[in-house]
Design a protein around this ligand. Structure first.
Ligand code: RM4
Ligand code: RM4
Ligand code: MN
Ligand code: MN
Length: 430
């Protein structure tokens, strides 16, 4: 039997923190009441919020220079599920995980689905991978996959995506996320229009293989690993493709996939308006696709994204049903701690955005009162909603201080004993 944190330990740890927590929650309730806000409504909304954990995030990540493995890393998808379940057990914010194939291949998907269910998890969007070659693979993706000049390579990449849908059906997933690394390193290396035609042709075949109730998430990224041009570099290309494909195709926003100064919240607003926002891969960055922990560098930007989302939710924007996922690389921390912290930061941004007085904001905007409008946003952002997050966790059996309880439990040490390091582990992104 592998080690799991006992619920009784969480209860004991919570008991020691509860008096201070209740004091803080009561104080925040009174403060919000003075602003005409009912804390219970916010706590209820946070309790209903979920963000999926990427299975590749529970392994230690690395850079193109090195990966410094940590102790007790998951050795395969079953270990990864256990770690994902631990994150959910303590935070109650991550009821689903988003798998990546072929990294998470299993010999028996029914067994995998049952294991996830027993751990209280479900599967969110399936991620395909045609950005690497796998051992024994017939044709190489070195010069592209869905947009390779050779039809046979394109067909192989399409077949992989169809296989991902088949696996996803067995796991109860309802979406496929396609991110391709295709692009070029030299001006002139590829015809910028021709490759887009191939992208549309290939994704149309994948789209044709979607079950009725599935969605296709198209993920754009500015650069890397291609450094001159990337086929689906931006939200404009992504939206053109989604609109060409049909109503089940949507545009996924990975926060790290834009030029450094791009206004991501405005992109979110445009995609909501077009009815094509798939959802998010949350992370943070300073320079590029850094895959740093959500909210660690620029929590205000995360808040501004949620400000757009709450705006859309409040006015019941047509077709608005975003999927929330984390997509991070944990190079210097315990991935479980980073993922717990990140899920809480994402929920924090949501709670802060819920505090914004939208009627007053609309009035300030109508009156062209720029400073008043800005102060209304800041009032949400600057409120410490930690007691709300803690209360939402506590009510669902989670930890008042998840990271402290995780450390107290000695989970990682126990896993280091149970999971001897294996060569060539599929953990983490390098
Ligand atoms: C670094 C740096 C060093 C080089 C390594 C491989 O980015 O440029 O000079 O030794 O790469
Ligand atoms: C990419 C992109 C994809 C993720 C891979 C591992 O940069 O963000 O979503 O699947 O990394
Ligand atoms: Mn991503
Ligand atoms: Mn990325």
């Amino acid at each position: 039997m592998s080690y799991r944190i006992a619920d009784t330990l969480i209860a004991e740890e919570n008991a020691g923190l509860n008096a201070a927590h209740e004091d803080d929650y009561g104080a925040l309730a009174r403060k919000l009441a003075r602003r005409g806000l009912d804390i219970e409504a916010i706590t209820g909304a946070v309790a209903g919020f979920g963000v999926a954990v990427p299975t590749w995030g529970v392994g230690t990540g690395g850079t193109r220079f090195a990966r410094f493995a940590g102790p007790g890393e998951p050795r395969g998808i079953f270990d990864k599920l256990e770690d994902c379940a631990t994150i959910q057990q303590l935070t109650r914010l991550t009821p689903a995980c988003s798998p990546h194939f072929p990294w998470d291949k299993a010999s028996d998907y029914r067994e995998l689905a049952e294991r996830a269910k027993a751990l209280g998890l479900r599967f969110d969007a399936i991620n395909s991978n045609t950005f690497q070659d796998q051992p024994g693979q017939r044709l190489s993706y070195k010069f592209g996959s869905l947009t390779h000049a050779d039809r046979a390579v394109r067909e192989q990449a399409i077949a992989h995506n169809i296989e991902c849908i088949e696996i996803g059906l067995k796991l109860g997933s309802k979406a496929l996320t396609v991110w391709i690394a295709d692009g070029s390193n030299f001006p002139g290396q590829s015809n910028l229009n021709r490759v887009f035609d191939w992208y549309l042709e290939s994704t149309a075949e994948i789209y044709g293989g979607l079950p009725e109730d599935w969605r296709l998430f198209l993920e754009h990224k500015l650069y890397e690993p291609a450094f001159y041009s990337t086929v689906i570099a931006d939200w404009g290309s992504s939206l053109m493709a989604a609109q060409a494909l049909g109503p089940k195709a949507f545009c996924l926003v990975d926060l790290g996939h834009h030029a450094a100064s791009v206004n991501i919240e405005q992109i979110v607003a445009r995609l909501v308006r077009a009815g094509r926002l798939a959802g998010f891969h949350f992370n943070d960055s300073k320079y590029g696709d850094d895959d740093l922990d959500s909210g660690s560098v620029d929590p205000f930007r995360l808040f501004l994204v949620f400000n757009e989302l709450v705006d859309a939710q409040t006015r019941k924007a047509a077709g608005f049903d975003p999927a929330y996922m984390l997509d991070q690389s944990h190079n210097v921390t315990d991935p479980i701690e980073s993922l717990m912290q990140s899920a809480m930061e994402v929920a924090r941004a949501y709670a802060q955005a819920l505090l914004v007085d939208r009627a007053a904001l609309a009035a300030a905007q109508e009156a062209s009162d720029a400073l008043a409008a800005h102060r209304l946003l800041k009032a949400g952002f600057l409120t410490d909603v930690s007691p709300i997050l803690a209360e939402a966790r506590r009510r669902q059996g989670g930890g008042l201080d998840p990271i402290a309880t995780y450390r107290k439990a000695g989970y990682r040490t126990r896993k280091a004993e149970e999971r001897p390091a294996v060569a060539g582990s599929s953990s983490g992104i390098v």
